[in-house]
Design a protein around this ligand. Structure first.
Ligand code: ATP
Ligand code: MG
Length: 562
């Protein structure tokens, strides 16, 4: 048992403790509360995996609650995208709920606060209110409107609601303590006038509740046992509890807010506001651009739900802020794709090879294993002929002993095929190599069992038969930012660190003919090049592949060095 306990994260430990103190297990209930003001990112995945993971471990319901109290930034498009992403990650919510469904209840409770003399309407501007707030080292001062009568407050709040006041002219504030050491307790605003149409409630409301007032009370309405949020809300916990105190009835469960560290990832930014800037300024091609750290970007890039869940699990839940290396995410997608993807051959930067002793009109069909990691993956046919493409960088006229690819007068094995030897090159007027002339050892066919087939040569390279190859577009991605923490620089905007080479488009790549019928979303290992998937832009007559991740494993190397 103690073994098992050790692996619990600190949130699970808190829950275990609550259960041991008598909390009924059937009362456990969680929620994931996104604001529909953008697409979900890999940071949200941490919260999703945590909350829905708790739901699974304790067999407890997890609500999806849209925290939609700010009509200026929220849209139905985002609601739809968020739902799609959570489902794709493999999770099911118990109920789909909206904070806006509670607008009436929140309003009624605000009236209650006024009646208890715990809230008042303030006629001051936000600047005046800010000045009176004081500073962390200096207490605030009371608003001149703080001691209004209950009747006057009720009348003014009603007018706010009815749209009789302009935006910014009046707010409703909780009457707490202008000298509290916690600045958030200094009479926080609970309602503001906002004459905006809401994506669900239309023009029903001229006032909208603030986050703090909404969040805790929504947790209470839904009877969420553990309301898990990120560390920046730690200071809000006192206010969360104060608001709960105002409505709590001890026949009900009292929600508990607990905080964990946000997931940060190196070489990217993780804030919807910043990601929106990239989209709006055209610095990326939309929210699902494969370079984006969004769930939809990762999906389009070829990531699997499992790789993201595994990453979230390994990266863990922390109490302190930290940055997770993006190589860990890459490690997880590589380990999974290694197990599940068929191997194929593609040449991204082709140079022509002519096998001079291979008969001119001959073609033969070679048989290759689809996936050596999976014995059930079967085999496929690859055509071979006299003229093939190999990668330019796999050939050098001269090279030192460490170059295990093709060079003049030396041999190399063509993957799944024969051993060839380079004899001469044909160059154009600029000295560029147009053709490499080779001869092949006709007895060296891979898997034929002959003596020659077992001959050891140092290198193996990939290739495609020119006559049979299919032309394709291949998109190679690099990090979107050149800096490890692009938004950590005080004097520089994060966009200054955008990597100008984050996308490289290759129009004239060639893939083996078995890929002709590849469908959008299908994943492959292009041997020696990396893992690729078929992009959403792909068409039968114009295949488009994304490189999900190269083969090189930087994470494993880093771990070894430690
Ligand atoms: P952003 O700054 O990207 O807009 P947010 O916190 O405002 O993030 P919400 O939609 O309010 O985004 O977040 C929904 C839930 O996801 C919240 O509980 C929030 O704490 C959590 N969350 C958001 N970003 C991260 C992150 N980087 N790591 C872990 N959890 C996160
Ligand atoms: Mg937010």
């Amino acid at each position: 048992m103690s073994e098992e306990k050790k692996s619990l994260n600190f949130i699970e430990q808190i829950i275990e403790e609550d259960l041991s103190k008598g909390l009924d297990k059937s009362k456990l209930r969680f929620r994931f509360p996104p604001e529909p003001n953008g697409y979900l990112h890999i940071g949200h995945a941490a919260s999703i995996c945590l909350n829905f993971g708790l739901g699974q471990s304790y067999n407890a319901p997890v609500n999806l609650r849209f925290d939609d109290t700010n009509p200026t930034k929220e849209e139905q498009e985002y609601v739809d995208a968020i739902k799609q992403d959570i489902k794709w990650l493999g999770f099911e919510w118990a109920e789909e709920l909206y904070s806006s469904d509670y607008f009436q209840q929140l309003y009624d409770w605000a009236i209650l606060l006024i009646k208890k003399n715990k809230a008042y309407v303030d006629d001051q501007s936000s600047d005046e209110i800010a000045v009176q707030k004081g500073t962390p080292t200096q207490v605030g001062s009371n608003s001149p409107f703080r001691d209004r009568s209950v009747e006057e407050n009720l009348a003014l709040f009603e007018k706010m609601k009815n749209g009789n006041f302009e935006e910014g002219s009046h707010v409703l504030r909780a009457k707490i303590d202008m000298s509290s050491t916690n600045m958030l307790m200094r009479d926080p605003i609970i309602y503001r006038v906002l004459k905006k149409s809401h994506h669900r409630t239309g023009n029903d409301w001229n006032i909208y509740p603030m986050y703090d007032w909404t969040h805790g009370e929504s947790d209470y309405i839904e009877q969420i046992s553990h309301s898990i949020c990120t560390l920046e809300f730690k200071n809000h916990r006192e206010l969360y509890n104060w608001f709960l105190d105002q409505v709590y009835d001890d026949n009900n469960l009292r929600p508990k807010q607990r905080e964990f560290a946000r997931r940060n990832l190196s070489y990217t930014v993780m804030s919807k506001r910043k990601l929106l800037q990239l989209v709006e300024e055209g610095l990326v091609n939309g929210w699902d651009d494969p370079r984006m750290p969004t769930i939809s970007g990762l999906r389009r890039r070829g990531y699997t739900p499992k790789s993201i869940r595994d990453f979230s699990e390994t990266a863990g839940i922390a109490k302190r802020d930290n940055v997770t290396d993006i190589a860990l995410l890459e490690f997880h997608i590589k380990s999974e794709l290694n197990k599940i993807t068929p191997r194929v051959m593609a040449v991204l930067d082709p140079v022509k090879v002519v096998i001079t002793n291979y008969p001119e009109n001959k073609e033969e069909i070679l048989i290759a294993e689809n996936n050596p990691e999976d014995e059930n993956a079967g085999t496929r046919e690859i055509p071979f002929s006299r003229e093939i493409y190999i990668e330019k960088e796999d050939f050098r006229e001269q090279a030192n002993k460490k170059f295990f690819r093709l060079k003049l007068d030396k041999e190399v094995r063509l993957k799944n095929a024969y051993i060839i030897k380079a004899n001469s090159v044909v160059k154009d007027e600029n000295g560029e190599i147009n053709e490499i002339h080779c001869t092949y050892d006709k007895d060296s066919k891979s898997g034929s069992g002959s003596e020659a087939s077992k001959r050891k040569v140092k290198g193996t390279i990939h290739w495609v038969s020119i006559e049979h190859a299919v032309q394709a577009e291949v998109r190679l991605y690099d990090r979107l930012f050149t800096d490890e923490a692009p938004d950590s620089h005080k004097d520089k905007d994060f966009k200054e660190f955008i990597n100008p080479y984050s996308l490289k488009i290759i129009k004239n790549a060639y893939v083996e003919p078995s890929l002709k019928s590849a469908k959008i979303g299908e994943r492959f290992q292009f041997q020696r090049l990396g893992y690729f998937n078929v992009d959403d832009d792909s068409k039968t007559e114009h295949l488009v592949f994304n490189r999900t991740v190269p083969l090189r494993d930087s994470w494993a190397k880093m771990e070894q060095k430690k």
